[in-house]
Design a protein around this ligand. Structure first.
Ligand SMILES: NC(=O)c1ccc[n+]([C@@H]2O[C@H](COP(=O)([O-])OP(=O)(O)OC[C@H]3O[C@@H](n4cnc5c(N)ncnc54)[C@H](O)[C@@H]3O)[C@@H](O)[C@H]2O)c1
Length: 337
């Protein structure tokens, strides 16, 4: 089976992806710097679980350490690279923008260099729905312009898309960029709303509800998301002979084996409905603290998933109420609450 280098395996999505790939018999080497953006114990627990699975090995170091990344790739000889490690989080990018430049711009460049050196069959990298920024036309499609990032987080991810395009063009490196939409699920991130809400409700603390609850998100269950990534691994973009060969709705570049693909649930869920589903799953009402809109935030996201379906025959399908129930079950078990 193929050798896949996955960055960010101690992180939420990388952990779930590595688990899925290992189940299918891939050999996976994880690379993660275990940054302290959130509870490092959670990251260690995820890595420990993966390390118990045959076929998994890992290196704990920063992406910025180019020599280490080169050494790891020389030893492991990856055929595929899935680059998920990043300084994530929209709100934190107002507090510490430099960490986004270091991890996401310098770090991603180092990963691309390794992909080029090793002539990997397919480089797949995480971008975000945040690149749609101030766009208002919904659902968001990959072929529409996304030139209005509202935070440094979104700007670094948009930069990654452009950097990826240049390497795909120059070195004929098949590259897929994913735009993920608000991912949630077991082993999830403590900085994200679902985790914070469940924790606060269980402890009888108030929850902060931004824009007075007038928010919408396309919530994507992590198992569905990693299934989408897995299937896209098998669909490396091919440089078209002519722009006329590009199907309508395909974001394939006319100048490179490069495309960008939304992975979202394809539903626009009202934040208040999401909160009610959490209350239902927890069995307790939230104390609501209504707040104004946060700087850099957007009122709504909603993915058009047609391209993912066209390429893989798959669409995410977990209803948010089922996904929330599964998350709450994990949360209570993990925290013993
Ligand atoms: N979770 C979401 O809702 C969401 C939405 C859109 C995009 N994304 C993107 O998906 C990817 C994975 O996100 P996640 O939710 O799993 O986040 P995460 O923070 O749980 O995982 C990221 C991992 O990358 C590692 N990392 C960060 N900076 C690093 C560096 N400089 N060197 C080495 N390792 C480093 C961290 O230690 C962490 O384990 C990220 O690129 C993120 O921007 C996530």
């Amino acid at each position: 089976m193929k050798r896949v280098l996955v960055t960010g395996t101690a992180g939420f999505i990388g952990f779930h992806l590595a688990k899925l790939l290992l189940t299918e018999g891939f050999r996976v080497h994880g690379y993660d710097g275990m940054t302290d953006y959130y509870d490092v114990t959670l990251k260690q627990r995820r890595h420990q679980m993966l390390l118990q699975t045959p076929g998994f090995s890992a290196t704990e170091d920063l992406l910025e350490n180019h020599d280490r990344l080169v050494q790891v790739a020389d030893e492991f000889q990856p055929e595929i690279i899935v680059h998920l490690a990043a300084q994530a989080g929209v709100r934190y990018s107002l507090e510490d923008p430099r960490s986004y430049i270091n991890s996401n711009v310098v770090g991603t460049f180092n990963v691309m260099e390794v992909a080029r050196e090793h002539k990997v069959e397919h480089l797949l990298m995480a971008s975000t729905s945040s690149v749609y920024g101030a766009n208002e036309e919904m659902p968001f499609t990959e072929v529409e312009k996304a030139d209005t990032p509202l935070t440094i987080y979104a700007a670094t991810k948009k930069a990654n898309e452009a950097m990826g395009h240049s390497y795909a063009h120059l070195w004929n490196l098949p590259t897929t960029m994913f735009r993920f939409f608000t991912v949630y699920g077991s082993w999830g991130r403590p900085d994200l709303a679902l985790y914070k809400f469940v924790d606060a409700i269980l402890d009888d603390r108030p929850i902060d509800i931004y824009n007075h609850g007038d928010m919408y998100r396309d919530f994507t269950y992590v198992d569905d998301l990693v299934r989408g990534i897995r299937l896209l691994i098998d669909v490396p973009p091919v440089r078209p002979d002519s722009p006329d060969d590009i199907a309508e709705g395909d974001s394939l570049s006319p100048a490179a084996p490069w495309r960008v693909v939304n992975i979202g649930n394809g539903d626009k869920v009202r934040l208040m409905d999401f909160i009610e589903a959490i209350e239902e799953a927890v069995g307790k009402k939230a104390i609501r603290n209504y707040m104004p809109m946060q700087m850099g935030d957007v009122p709504a996201t909603w993915a058009n998933n047609d391209l993912l379906q066209e390429l893989t025959g798959y669409r995410p399908q977990t209803d948010f109420k089922d996904g929330i129930a599964r998350f709450v079950e994990w949360f209570r078990d993990y925290h013993g609450k």
